[in-house]
Design a protein around this ligand. Structure first.
Ligand code: HEC
Length: 156
C-alpha cells in the first residue's frame, strides 16, 4: 500500500514570531489592566498628614503582613508560639497589658533562655511597629487596644 503523505500546515517562522508578539502584547495589556484596576479600586493605606494610618483596619491589615514576614517564624502564624523559638502571644501578659512593655520588647528585643527576641528598632518603621503591635493586641483572643505610629516615635 502506497504511503500517502498528508500535507501539514507548517506556519512560517515569521507568522510564528508574529503570533508570539501578539501573545506577549495581549499578556502585557491584561497585566496593565489588572494592576491599574487593583491600584485604583483598593482603599489606599497611606498615612495621613500626621503620619497616622487612617483607621484601625489599615493597621490590622499592615500588621498582619508585618507579623507574617517578621514574627510568625518564631511565634507561629496562630500566635500560639513555637517550641524553643518564641513564646505564645495569645493570652500573653505583655500583649494584653500596658503598651510600654510591648513596645519596648518589639523595639529593643530581649534575650530569652534559648532564643533571642530580635530588636526591630532599625528594621521596621514607626508605622510597621504600630501595625504589628496592634495586630498582636487584637488577634487570637487578645484585647490590648490600638497603638498608633506617633506612640512608637515617642518611645524610640
Ligand atoms: C528569632 C525568633 C523571634 C522572632 C523573629 C520574633 N520573636 Fe518575639 N520573642 C522571641 C523570644 C525568644 C521571646 C521571649 C523573650 C523572653 O524570654 O522574654 C519573644 C517575646 C516576644 C514578646 C513578649 C511575649 C511575652 O508574653 O513574654 C512579644 C510581644 C514579641 N516577642 C513580639 C514579637 C514581634 C512583634 C515580632 C516581629 C516583629 C517578633 N516578636 C519576632 C523570639 C522571636
Amino acid at each position: 500500500m502506497a504511503k500517502t503523505t498528508q500535507p501539514t500546515a507548517t506556519p512560517t517562522s515569521s507568522s510564528l514570531s508574529l503570533l508570539k508578539i501578539g501573545i506577549g502584547v495581549g499578556v502585557a495589556v491584561v497585566l496593565v489592566v489588572v494592576i491599574f484596576d487593583f491600584t485604583t479600586t483598593q482603599e489606599p493605606s497611606v498615612p495621613t498628614a500626621e503620619g497616622e494610618l487612617r483607621n484601625n483596619d489599615d493597621l490590622m491589615i499592615k500588621g498582619q503582613q508585618v507579623y507574617f514576614s517578621h514574627c510568625a517564624a518564631c511565634h507561629g502564624f496562630d500566635g500560639l508560639g513555637l517550641d524553643d523559638l518564641g513564646p505564645a502571644l495569645a493570652d500573653s501578659k505583655i500583649v494584653n497589658g500596658g503598651s510600654a512593655a510591648h513596645i519596648d520588647i518589639v523595639l529593643n528585643g530581649k534575650e530569652g533562655d534559648k532564643m533571642v527576641m530580635p530588636a526591630n528598632r532599625y528594621v521596621l518603621s514607626d508605622e510597621e511597629i504600630a501595625a504589628v503591635i496592634t495586630y498582636q493586641r487584637n488577634s487570637w483572643g487578645n484585647d490590648g487596644g490600638v497603638i498608633q505610629p506617633h506612640t512608637i516615635a515617642a518611645a524610640r
